[in-house]
Design a protein around this ligand. Structure first.
Ligand code: CA
Length: 233
């Protein structure tokens, strides 16, 4: 099945979730504080992270941001806070779903299954990379042929713009931090400014014409692709 990392400082809860997920056939790693979570994620490369908001050391929100600099796996945040604002903050730094404490193990299990299905879909489409162009409305992104068209006309995109568009189109709704995008587009060694991403994004949006509205800036964080914005304009 999947490899799952549980980041939770409450040992009994972590163990409970672990034994349940293991019964469902998953391989489980545990981390009990924030720094350990980052190290374990790099080492174990989990398919999914269950991340508690309140942690000693680095808090869950910071861990979530840090994970997003390098990793694309879904993150399910756990929190005792029921506040909607917290939930929004969590989603904006790159969490994919959110579960308030206390939760039932059945509910957790359902969320995990749903997030893993999404990963399976992502992976399936990634495997088809070279054979099948990515399409959205009148936009066709043909990665194998290094070509993009908009309403049938050729779009003059740079390699970086193609990469950027690919990441966004493959993960609708997910917010990507500027750091993540910088590293993705220029590589880990690039010591550039966040503004480089903004400049790139402005250019890309302009080239996309009417569809440019679907690339949304998330204040203080980065960018996300929201296909539904096309319908509302
Ligand atoms: Ca906790």
């Amino acid at each position: 099945m999947a490899r799952i990392l549980i980041v939770e400082d409450e040992v009994s809860l972590s163990d409970l979730v672990r034994s349940h997920l293991e019964k469902e056939g998953h391989a489980v790693d545990q981390a009990f504080e924030g720094h350990e979570a980052l190290v374990t994620a790099d080492r174990a490369r989990p398919n999914l992270v269950i991340l508690d908001w309140m942690l000693p050391g680095l808090d869950g929100l910071t861990v979530c941001k840090e994970l997003r600099r390098k990793h694309l796996m879904p993150i399910l945040m756990l929190t005792a806070r029921g506040d909607v604002a917290d939930r929004v903050t969590g989603l904006e730094v790159g969490a994919d779903d959110y579960l308030g404490k206390p939760f039932s193990i059945v509910e957790l299990s359902a969320r995990v299954a749903s997030l893993l299905r999404r990963v399976a879909l992502d992976t399936a489409s990634a495997a088809e990379d070279d054979s099948r162009p990515i399409t959205f409305a009148t936009l066709v992104l043909d990665l194998a042929g290094h070509r993009a068209t908009l309403a049938g006309s050729s779009l003059d995109l740079t390699r970086r713009e193609m990469d950027l568009l690919e990441v966004l189109l493959r993960h609708p709704g997910r917010t990507f931090s500027r750091d993540f995008l910088l590293e993705r587009l220029w590589g880990a060694d690039f010591d550039g400014l966040d503004r480089a991403v903004d400049t790139q994004m402005v250019r890309l949006r302009r080239k996309l014409g009417d569809l440019g509205v679907c690339i949304e800036a998330v204040w203080g964080v980065g960018y996300r692709f929201r296909p539904e914005l096309r319908e509302t304009t």
